[in-house]
Design a protein around this ligand. Structure first.
Ligand code: ZN
Ligand code: ZN
Length: 109
């Protein structure tokens, strides 16, 4: 059973567990602190570079049945969290891409 605490992934990235189907995490909400998407504005400066959140859903048979239209990520390890596929923001032009490996954000150059 992984920690119920939020995940500090490093590089400013954080995540919260999501539970769609009971007590086992079935996804995370990933927060990017300085998204470069042009609509993700910093509230103080109103310039691009504000925080944004993205949903990552885990690939299990039950999740695939519940979310047939969604991209799902293969979980290699839940604790510490390791996902097989890259996560890309792609939000209004943001080019952030990385992996979650051993509970840490690994940016892809
Ligand atoms: Zn972004
Ligand atoms: Zn964004």
């Amino acid at each position: 059973m992984p920690s119920t605490l939020d995940l500090d992934l490093g590089h400013g990235m954080t995540a919260r567990w999501r539970y769609h189907l009971g007590d086992t995490p079935t996804g995370i909400v990933l927060t990017e602190p300085f998204c470069s998407g042009y609509r993700c504005r910093d509230e103080a400066t109103l310039m691009p570079g504000g925080p944004c959140e993205g949903s990552v859903l885990f690939d299990t048979p039950a999740m695939a049945a519940r979310f047939p239209q969604h991209k799902l990520w293969t979980v290699e390890s839940l604790d510490p969290l390791t996902l097989a596929e890259a996560i890309r923001c792609g939000h209004h032009g943001c080019k952030t891409v990385g992996y979650i490996i051993d509970g840490k954000w690994e940016p892809q150059e």
